[in-house]
Design a protein. Structure first.
Length: 135
C-alpha cells in the first residue's frame, strides 16, 4: 500500500470484511490512504505505525469494542487529537451518550453512503474539504 504524503490517512476498524472493503473503496476513490483493522487490538498497533488523520470505528467488535478502542486513543497524548467517528448499525441515544463519554467526535449509521462518509470527514478534518474542492 503506497502512501502519499499529502493524502489524508483514514483508518477503518470493523470486524465486518464487507464494511471494511466498502469504506476502503469509497475512501480510496476520494483520494485517501486507507488503513484497515479487524478489531481494536489490531488497530492500536496500526495507529502507532501509521498515525491516521481520522479513525472510523465500529461499536460492536470482539476482544476490544469501539468504546474501549476510542477511550484508549483519546487517553493517549500522542493520539487524542485524532477525530474518531463511531460506526453503528443502530442510531440509539444510549450509544451516542456512551460514545460521547469516551470522546467520540461523530456518529455514522451503517449502511452509509459515499456522501455520508465524506461529509463526516469534512466535518472533522476541515483541510480535507479544501483538498477535495481543489479536485
Amino acid at each position: 500500500m503506497e502512501q502519499h504524503s499529502n493524502a489524508l490517512r483514514v483508518m477503518v476498524i470493523d470486524d465486518s470484511k464487507t464494511i471494511r472493503r466498502t469504506a476502503e473503496t469509497l475512501l480510496k476513490n476520494a483520494g485517501c490512504d486507507v488503513i484497515t483493522a479487524i478489531d481494536g487490538f489490531d488497530a492500536l498497533a496500526r495507529i502507532v505505525d501509521h498515525h491516521p488523520h481520522i479513525i472510523f470505528v465500529d461499536i460492536m467488535m470482539p476482544r476490544l469494542d469501539g468504546y474501549q478502542t476510542c477511550a484508549l486513543v483519546k487517553n493517549n497524548p500522542a493520539f487524542k487529537s485524532i477525530p474518531v467517528i463511531m460506526l453503528s448499525s443502530k442510531d440509539g441515544l444510549f450509544d451516542k451518550a456512551k460514545g460521547r463519554t469516551v470522546g467520540v467526535d461523530q456518529f455514522l449509521t451503517k449502511p452509509f453512503s459515499k456522501e455520508e462518509l465524506l461529509s463526516a470527514i469534512k466535518a472533522c478534518v476541515p483541510a480535507f474539504a479544501a483538498v477535495e474542492q481543489a479536485h
